[in-house]
Design a protein. Structure first.
Length: 260
C-alpha cells in the first residue's frame, strides 16, 4: 500500500544535524528536479525579500519564512515525519505509533511537496516554505513542473498494490495515476454525515486518523475493495463510488457524524 499525503503549511523547525543531501532522499529519479527547484528558491529568497514574499504568497508577518528558505543549503535536517505538523499530522501522530506501525509508515507514506516533489517520512529535510501553488520566476508553476519527473518515477513507487490518495487538489495535480495504477487507486473524501459537506479542518483530521488506524492495525489491503472492507472493520462508515471505466480511480466517502 502506498499512501499519498499532502504536506502541511506549518512545519517544525529545522534540526541541528547535518544539512540536506539531496542525493540521499528517496525516489532518486526526482533529484535533478529537486535541485533545480531548491537552487532557484534559495536564490530568490537570498535576494529581494519583497519579491520573494510576493512569489511565495506570504504576508509581511511571515517574512521569517523567506530568511529560512535562503538558508536551506546549510540548515540542519530532520526526518520529514518530524518536520510536517498541522491537523492531519497531529491526528496521525507518528511518534506515538509502536515500532511495527512505524516501519509500515516508513514503507507506505509518501508526502508530496512543492519543493521536493515527494518524500518518505524518514527522508531528512530542513524546514521550508514553498507550496505546490507557487510559480517560480524561472521554473514556472510547480504543479505543472513536477508532472514530467513524477510521471517517470511514481508508477514504480506505486508497485503493484493499492494506492490510497489523500492529497488535496493542488498536490494531486502534480501526479495523476493512470492506466492500471489508477484502477487500484482510491481517493477519499470525508463528509459530515448529516450535511454531506466537506469541512476542511475535520477532513484533514479524519484522514490522519484513517492512516493511523490502518498502520496500527497492520492492515494490508491489496486494492480499493479490500480497503473498503478494512475501513469498515475499523469502524468507519464508508460509501463507495466504483470507477466508471478502465483506468479510473475509486472514490470513497467516509461519513462522520461529529465535527471535532
Amino acid at each position: 500500500m502506498l499512501v499519498l499525503l499532502p504536506p502541511s503549511e506549518g512545519k517544525a523547525s529545522s534540526g541541528r544535524g547535518a544539512p540536506l543531501k539531496t542525493e540521499s532522499l528517496s525516489l532518486r529519479g526526482l533529484t535533478p528536479a529537486r535541485e533545480a527547484v531548491l537552487g532557484e528558491l534559495v536564490e530568490l529568497c537570498a535576494g529581494d525579500e519583497e519579491k520573494a514574499r510576493e512569489v511565495l504568497g506570504l504576508s509581511k508577518g511571515l517574512r521569517g519564512e523567506v530568511a529560512k528558505n535562503a538558508e536551506l543549503l546549510t540548515a540542519g535536517a530532520r526526518p520529514a515525519g518530524e518536520i510536517y505538523t498541522g491537523v492531519l499530522y497531529d491526528a496521525l501522530d507518528l511518534a506515538s505509533l509502536d515500532a511495527a506501525a512505524k516501519k509500515r509508515a516508513t514503507r507506505s507514506l509518501l508526502v508530496f511537496s512543492g519543493l521536493w516533489g515527494a518524500v518518505r517520512i524518514n527522508d531528512r529535510i530542513p524546514s521550508y516554505r514553498c507550496s505546490m501553488g507557487v510559480k517560480l520566476p524561472g521554473i514556472g508553476a510547480l504543479g505543472a513542473y513536477w508532472r514530467t519527473p513524477m510521471a517517470a518515477v511514481l508508477p514504480e513507487a506505486a508497485g503493484d498494490g493499492l494506492v490510497l490518495d489523500l492529497r488535496s487538489s493542488a498536490y494531486a495535480a502534480a501526479w495523476k495515476p493512470k492506466g492500471e495504477v489508477a484502477g487500484r487507486t482510491a481517493s477519499v473524501r470525508v463528509l459530515h454525515a448529516p450535511t454531506r459537506k466537506v469541512v476542511s479542518h475535520f477532513n484533514k483530521a479524519t484522514k490522519g486518523r484513517i492512516v493511523r488506524s490502518l498502520l496500527a492495525a497492520g492492515a494490508a489491503p491489496k486494492g480499493p475493495a479490500e480497503l473498503v472492507d478494512a475501513l469498515r472493520e475499523l469502524g468507519y462508515v464508508v460509501e463507495v463510488e466504483p470507477p466508471t471505466g478502465a483506468g479510473k480511480a475509486w472514490m470513497l466517502d467516509v461519513l462522520v457524524d461529529e465535527i471535532h
